[in-house]
Design a protein. Sequence first.
Length: 101
Amino acid sequence: MFYTQKRGQSTLEYVILVGFVVAALIAMGVYMKRSIQGKIRESSDQIGEQYSAQHTASNYTTTSNLQQVESQTAGGASTVTYQTNTQSKTGSETVAPLASE
């Protein structure tokens, strides 16, 4: 009878120990998350300034050329055939320097 109580006491001690470990990991999660975010920010700051659409000026001309042939029969049915469809885009894009903070 006393032997089973010691065995139950040992199991209870393991459960409490595991509970403390889990609680410690949950508490450390907040600090680990901050640490990882800090490392990511540090890495992105080393890369340099990021792209901003407000500092980009572009000038493009798009030219489209479409030829189509439409055939109509006496019954009113029509078919459309596209002969050529070409599109070209020319121009330039400049990025202005970002202001220092």
